[in-house]
Write a protein that binds this ligand. Structure first.
Ligand code: AMP
Length: 276
């Protein structure tokens, strides 16, 4: 390939018996394509769920003219010690951002039971009408995949330093990936909030991200060793669904700045309540 100044989107997905195992992506310069592709393949081959029988790596050019630069949502961790408490906190943050308790609880129940067919994981996210809790994603096992997003090297360095200051340096990889995703998704005008917890058996953490409260990391969103998780994007009732899906899946977003990274704090602080 001829050397040039273009940016490239590299996307990896790995599966076994048609079951999604892992996925990851980057946006890179021409001279980084080979190394980053190799990293993503290594990641596919070493996932804790097991060895894949199919790995697909897609590389295509990104149109620099339609690339958007954004900054991360503000980040903090809320103090919780049980799954019950974690779900109550997630509900409270969603409610404070305009989602009714009934809708928030339905979303939590769907993720708890496994959001895909027969209680499995989905590859992507649920789109949920924030008024009625109706699921709007066209394919309930695939969902929609937030894609074409990355972070600049400078922003990565700053985020790493700030996470280390609050004792989360070791969790940089997993937090940076979900913070990039949440900053893109919640940055879209149509999104009111996002709810997530990991499907990795070894990761019990999740988050709620909203325009009002930023990215609130919530430990204990599920019991240890459970391989079920998912994502819900809460949207306004009157959105243009096709254009929303296209924005989330296709619009290129580069995170080039980092907002505040806060230490662990009680829910009252996050909601701006007096604790007296
Ligand atoms: P993870 O945080 O990678 O364990 O993913 C948790 C769940 O989020 C997965 O089971 C998928 O349902 C969903 N998910 C993962 N990646 C994406 C993505 N890029 N866009 C939308 N949903 C995703």
């Amino acid at each position: 390939m001829e050397q040039n100044n273009k940016l490239y989107s590299i996307r990896m997905r790995a599966s076994k018996n048609d079951r999604h195992i892992s996925g990851a992506e980057r946006i890179v310069c021409h001279n980084e394509i080979q190394d980053v592709s190799a990293d993503l393949i290594t990641r596919a081959l070493t996932h804790e769920i097991g060895s894949p029988d199919s790995i697909i790596v897609t590389i295509d050019t990104v149109d620099a003219e339609t690339t958007h630069n954004i900054i991360t949502l503000p980040f903090c961790t809320v103090s919780v010690s049980t799954v019950k408490e974690a779900h109550e906190v997630a509900s409270a943050i969603l409610e404070d951002s305009g989602i009714s308790r009934k809708v928030a609880e339905r979303a939590l129940t769907i993720l708890k039971n496994g959001p895909g067919e027969g209680g499995t994981n989905m590859r992507g996210a649920i789109i949920m009408d924030s008024q009625t809790s109706e699921r709007l994603e066209p394919d309930c096992s695939r969902g929609i995949r937030a894609s074409r997003m990355d972070m600049t090297k400078e922003a990565r360095k700053i985020l790493m330093e700030r996470l280390a200051q609050v004792g989360l340096g070791k969790r940089f990889k997993c937090i940076s990936e979900s913070l990039i995703l949440a900053s893109k998704v919640v940055g879209a005008t149509e999104t009111i909030a996002e709810l997530c917890w990991s499907d990795d058996p070894g990761n019990v953490n999740g988050y709620v991200a909203t325009k009002k409260h930023g990215y609130v990391r919530i430990p204990h969103m599920k019991e240890p060793n459970l391989p079920i998780g998912g994502r819900v994007f809460f949207v306004d009732s009157d959105i243009d669904l096709e254009s929303y899906i296209s924005k989330i899946e296709k619009m290129t977003v580069i995170v080039s700045g980092v907002s505040e990274v806060g230490a662990e704090q009680p829910l009252g602080h996050i909601l701006g309540l007096s604790l007296t």
